[in-house]
Design a protein around this ligand. Structure first.
Ligand code: NAP
Ligand code: ZN
Ligand code: ZN
Length: 346
């Protein structure tokens, strides 16, 4: 086994603290990555607080991982020592169900193996990227271009792909009005990516102070959701809404903004289940859909797209001992727009 160190939550709802643990030896198909940066996703907070149920402790969160490859197994063909690589939200899946064969490992029939808070095929818990190194099968590892600043690339591994995938699936782009609800980690990537595809983007936010940022990120309009007049004026105008809200809210407040056949894609996962008024759907044949991260093939495509178009996340780089404060700030919506841990601080 290989000695590793990181930060872990010893149990639900308590602060994270330094943690020593072991990783598996580098197998024939594995790469070993020295982690340089790891993004902080709101899903880390939901799981550390066991808000979705079934959390495994101690938990080392983190699934927006970038770093340098320090060792490769004998049969590895896709990666070399010294290369920059990334790991996203999962590290394995069954590899033979229809979803896996279609490159949609996130929807694996058996269940993807999460980068953390999961059990691997041997039944041992997986530990994520708030740590100095990780060992992953090369087929679940991503190539990272050296063209872009690495701290800003880390959040692409979750926030980036989670918003890119629905934009591609629903072909959002030129001629479409796209609403992005919640300007946090996912939301700010949704704005950049949807705008880069030519969509007319409206940010719907509870934070009036984010208006200037929204425009810098590429949004064409900014709407304060607490302002009933602004909401009314936008009713029936949007083709799509990408809903990234992490906390309890009313879907019924947003559905009326969609036009005929409009779709609200849920990516945010509030622990509570909101109600949906049937009239908000049937009156304009509206739809609610969901989308989960993205497969390995699409994640690589997104990373290459971002490298080509110079798209990265706007980040606040933090030391790992700031992680508990970062969580508190995220819960208050006070993040511009992704915390990324500099792992040299470990
Ligand atoms: P985040 O950075 O904390 O951003 C969430 C944003 O939602 C906040 O900045 C805030 O934006 C808004 N918000 C927060 N509380 C709200 C409330 N009570 N009412 C209305 N708006 C509120 O979180 P994130 O990392 O982007 O993650 C967002 C959600 O997506 C989380 O639930 C996470 O678990 C989920 N997620 C899902 C996937 C997937 O595959 N589907 C992948 C990653 C994350 P404003 O200040 O602009 O209002
Ligand atoms: Zn995430
Ligand atoms: Zn599968």
């Amino acid at each position: 086994m290989i000695a590793a160190k990181g930060y872990a939550a010893p149990k639900a709802k308590v602060p994270l603290e330094p943690f020593k643990f072991e990783r598996r030896e580098v197998g024939p198909h594995d790469v070993q990555i020295e982690i340089q940066y790891c993004g902080v996703c709101h899903s880390d907070i939901h799981q550390v607080r066991d808000e979705w149920g079934g959390s495994i402790f101690p938990m080392v969160p983190g699934h927006e991982i970038v770093g340098k490859i320090t060792k490769v197994g004998d049969h590895v063909t896709k990666f070399k020592v010294g290369e920059t690589a990334g790991i996203g939200c999962f590290v394995d899946s069954c590899r033979h169900c229809p979803s896996c064969l279609a490159g949609l490992e996130q929807y694996c029939d058996v269940g993807m193996i999460g980068t953390y808070n999961s059990l691997d095929k041997g039944g041992s818990p997986t530990y994520g990227g708030y740590s100095n190194q990780i060992i992953v099968d090369e087929n679940y590892t991503l190539h990272i271009s050296d063209k872009l600043p690495l701290a800003g690339v880390a959040p692409l591994l979750c926030a980036g792909i989670t918003t890119y995938s629905p934009i591609m699936e629903w072909k959002m782009g030129k001629g479409h009005k796209v609403g992005v609800v919640g300007l946090g980690g996912l939301g700010h990537m949704a704005v950049k990516l949807a705008a880069s595809k030519g969509a007319e983007v409206t940010v719907l936010s509870t934070s009036p102070s984010k208006k200037a940022d929204a425009e810098k990120l590429g949004a064409h309009h900014f709407l304060v959701t607490k302002d009933a007049e602004q909401m009314k004026a936008t009713a029936g105008t949007l083709d799509f809404i990408i809903n990234t809200i992490s906390a309890q809210h009313e879907y019924n407040d947003y559905l009326p903004l969609l036009k005929l056949d409009g779709t609200m894609v849920l990516v945010g996962v509030p622990p509570e289940a909101p109600q949906v008024a049937a009239f908000n759907l049937i009156m304009k044949r509206r739809r609610i859909a969901g989308s989960l991260i993205g497969g390995i093939k699409e994640t690589q495509e997104m990373l290459d797209y971002c490298a080509e178009h110079g798209i990265t996340s706007d980040v606040e780089v933090i030391n790992i001992d700031y992680i508990n404060e970062a969580y508190e700030r995220m819960i208050k919506g006070d993040v511009r727009y992704r915390f990324v841990i500099d792992m040299a601080s470990l």
